[in-house]
Write a protein that binds this ligand. Structure first.
Ligand SMILES: C[S@@+](CC[C@H](N)C(=O)[O-])C[C@H]1O[C@@H](n2cnc3c(N)ncnc32)[C@H](O)[C@@H]1O
Length: 214
């Protein structure tokens, strides 16, 4: 893959900033934050989308991974004033260029019906109801171009030793990943080999498009 941007070393935040960045509140563990950052760095050229942004930890990873580019970062959430204020504080901590961030307020299952923007990466972490996830996949996957990636949070159980210190998370994740699995597998069957699965990270499954969207 050609990369016309700055060398990777210049894109990484400096250590004090990095420390703050990994500690801002959110549901993503440190490994997942790095993974999201690196997937954005490797795959995003023009635009990416996060469904379900809450306090902005994932958005910070996407904005940071596309640092130094003109790439747009879209976010869809059921925004409320409190979450929005806290998200803006998070992004300040990340010290990223928020002028590239475009927020949509509303259910992704409605916004997706009118979506027309090509995307290089979609990170789904919104509604965890299986029917909603399936709708998100059906509505947004067609906008992901060749070599683009779909990332699904809470979709697998990490290795036990990775979550030994977070028992509540383990219980939640066991339930969430089991409830989402049939929706994901059903979508994959209907996609008829259009995606290959990349190496997972913690609770994230990652799929890369290998066939042009129809
Ligand atoms: C687990 S949090 C997201 C965590 C976030 N990705 C992070 O990096 O910490 C889930 C978010 O999804 C949003 N959400 C739930 N249902 C949604 C829907 N149908 N459409 C859009 N956003 C939704 C919630 O408002 C909440 O902010």
């Amino acid at each position: 893959m050609t990369d016309e941007r700055l060398p990777v070393a210049n894109l990484y935040p400096d250590p004090p900033l990095l420390d703050r960045w990994l500690n801002v509140p959110g549901h993503l563990c440190r490994k997942e934050r790095w993974k999201l950052h690196d997937l954005a760095l490797d795959h995003v050229r023009t635009a990416c989308l996060e469904i379900g942004s809450w306090l902005g930890a994932g958005l910070g990873c996407l904005l940071s991974g596309t640092r130094g580019t003109e790439a747009k970062v879209f976010s869809i959430d059921l925004y409320n004033e409190d979450a929005l204020q806290r998200q803006m504080l998070t992004l300040e901590a990340y010290d990223v260029d928020s002028t590239r961030l475009i927020r949509y307020d509303g259910p992704s299952q409605e916004i997706g019906k009118h979506w027309a923007i090509p995307l290089d990466l979609v990170f789904i972490d919104g509604s965890h109801e299986p029917e909603d996830l399936r709708q998100d996949l059906d509505l947004f996957a067609p906008h992901v171009g060749l070599e683009g990636v779909m990332i699904l949070h809470d979709s697998r159980m990490p290795d036990e030793d990775e979550i030994a210190d977070r028992v509540n998370r383990l219980y939640n994740l066991r339930r969430l990943s089991a409830q989402l699995r049939p929706a994901i597998e059903g979508w994959l069957v209907d996609q008829m080999g259009a995606w290959c699965e990349l190496e997972p990270c913690h609770s994230m499954r990652v799929f890369r498009r290998k066939v042009l969207p129809q």
